[in-house]
Design a protein around this ligand. Structure first.
Ligand code: AOF
Ligand code: ZN
Length: 372
């Protein structure tokens, strides 16, 4: 049955509340909740920080009247386990909520349908899947991380309409305008980490911080197999606050020490046959350290390696209405490339956002074994 206009409206409200926790809850989900009686909102809440009350309990705490008999709209299936907080299903039953409307199911093995089942067993009416696609998209990092224990990786680049990420001289500031760069900073606030290759550090000396007002910085990660990041790089000079992690295959303590002295964290990762950082192993190591989401701000070589390694879930292409030309001007994905169009990496569910004069095209990578 199609959801009613009222159910859609209140779930939209719950979604916008959920987004307020962006950057504060990782690796937990963004969750929003709205309590409604007689078509009126009587309580609202969201999961505001890691380890804090869940959205459902926050909405109950902010309720202006007795919620008995009310409907609860929540973007994620209520939990039914003891974690850092007691089960939300207990709170829902204690407050005698009559109906619960759910956006996404929770794939957390400790929940996984159990929340909905317990509510139904106790006579609560449950409607599932309202605005599910939007709820799933908001929590794509959580939904990936809870199942795979590796970070959700979003490959991001800005290019001209002729597919160049720099001019033939290597200049790249700026390709997109203010509005597009604002979106990049909102994503840096939301994602746990930004990953670049050492080539990008050498070429651009980036800071990779979040310049959104009130935002928080992502962890900065450099993929540097031979430990050739300059000690004078801004990422090294500002290491510690925010965190800088250098993922390297170099284990020589004499070479490592100056980076440790500068406040960098070194992550020792195995090398591939070509002597590069083994990216799936790096993702495992970062996942084990609680990193649930990464913006891959590549460099064409690292982008190609990441695609080949199968670690990329989403691609964000910012497209500026400009043309650079130049056979030597770099493009976002380099490496060797596929042999035939049939061997392409395939993406699905494209979405377009207009940001000033620029476009943002986003798409999810289909898991596949391309013809390599
Ligand atoms: C949240 N916020 O609003 C909801 C969550 O360790 P805990 O107790 O914080 O539980 C985390 C799990 O609870 C999380 O993985 C998810 O499965 C479920 N729901 N989590 O952080 C919320 N509703
Ligand atoms: Zn909960």
């Amino acid at each position: 049955m199609n959801p009613s206009a009222q159910d859609l409206d209140f779930m939209r409200r719950a979604l916008s509340l959920a987004a307020r926790g962006a950057g504060r809850v990782n690796p937990n989900p963004l969750v929003g909740a709205v309590l409604v009686r007689d078509g009126r909102i009587i309580g609202e809440g969201y999961h505001a920080y890691f380890g804090g009350p869940h959205a459902e309990r926050d909405a109950l705490a902010h309720c202006t009247e007795d919620p008995a008999g009310a409907t609860l709209y929540v973007t994620l299936e209520p939990c039914c386990h003891y974690g850092k907080t007691p089960p939300c299903t207990d709170a829902i039953l204690e407050h005698r909520i009559a109906r619960v409307v759910v956006g996404s199911p929770d794939p957390n093995p400790l929940v996984a349908g159990g929340g909905v089942r317990i509510l139904r067993e106790h006579g609560v009416s449950v409607t599932e899947g309202v605005l599910r696609a939007a709820c799933d998209r908001l929590n794509a990092p959580f939904l990936h991380y809870i199942q795979h224990k590796t970070p959700f990786v979003m490959m991001k680049y800005a290019m001209t309409m002729d597919g160049k990420i720099a001019t033939h001289t290597g200049a790249s500031r700026w390709i997109t305008g203010e509005a597009a760069r604002g979106q990049v900073h909102r994503d840096r606030n939301r994602f746990a980490a930004v990953l670049v290759g050492v080539g990008t550090v050498l070429a651009d000396d980036p800071l990779l911080t979040c310049r959104m007002p009130g935002g928080r910085d992502p962890i900065r990660i450099v993929c540097d197999s031979r430990l050739s990041t300059p000690l004078s790089a801004r990422l090294v000079r500002t290491a510690g606050n925010p965190r800088t992690i250098i993922a390297t295959c170099c284990t020589d303590p004499v070479l490592c020490q100056p980076y440790l002295d500068a406040g960098c964290e070194l992550l020792s990762v195995p090398a591939t046959e070509q002597g590069q950082v083994d990216l799936p192993a790096l993702m495992q190591a970062l996942g084990a350290r609680g990193v649930d989401s990464i913006i891959l701000e590549g460099g064409g070589t690292l982008n190609w390696s990441a695609l080949q390694a199968g670690i990329v879930q989403r691609v964000q292409a910012y497209i500026a209405p400009k043309l650079f030309g130049g056979a030597q001007a770099k493009s976002p994905v380099q490496g060797r490339g596929v042999f035939y169009p049939d061997g392409a990496f395939r993406l699905t569910s494209p979405r377009i956002t207009h940001l000033g004069d620029d476009l943002l095209l986003e798409s999810e990578v289909l898991p596949c074994s391309p013809e390599l």
